[in-house]
Design a protein around this ligand. Structure first.
Ligand SMILES: [Mg+2]
Length: 150
């Protein structure tokens, strides 16, 4: 099962207004990463596809090094980037990826719900909190059942 994973607002928390700017750009939030990885580790069938603007800045192999090696092995690639601005652009990038690969149930994890149509399977995170227990419960449900809870 595919997990289309955004990074900013999911594994990297957005700085609160007025907060000190985090200079270390290439670093995940430890707690968000641990919460995410603890679910992924329990499901053999999970396949991660990076769906983030990070792919425009860093090589996929570099991004993989920020995950534990066990989880990095499950990163299959990244979604192709759309050149033109498009409504629901991230959703279209997911569809492009699925067209080029075997179709399987999928879910996206993103802090911006508006990147997807309302009926798309998305776990929406709060950008200031990132991937938390609530998101982990939904991801776990998806990996166990192939769909999100109602
Ligand atoms: Mg984001």
């Amino acid at each position: 099962m595919y997990i289309f994973l955004d990074i900013d607002g999911v594994l990297v928390k957005e700085d609160l207004p007025g907060a000190e700017i985090n200079e270390d750009l290439m670093k995940f939030d430890e707690e968000c990463l641990n919460t995410f990885e603890s679910v992924i580790r329990r499901y053999e069938n999970s396949k991660i596809v990076i769906s983030s603007s990070w792919i425009e800045i860093f090589a996929l192999e570099t991004i993989k090094t920020l995950f534990s090696s066990e989880v990095a092995e499950k990163i299959m690639g990244a979604t192709p980037r759309l050149n033109q601005p498009l409504k629901y652009f991230r959703y279209h990038e997911v569809l492009d990826y699925l067209k080029q690969n075997e179709a399987e149930p999928w879910v996206a994890i993103d802090d911006i719900a508006e990147h997807f149509p309302p009926d798309a399977p998305v776990i929406v995170t709060n950008p200031y909190i990132g991937f938390d227990k609530n998101a982990a419960d939904k991801l776990e449900y998806f990996l166990a059942n192939g769909e999100l809870p109602e």
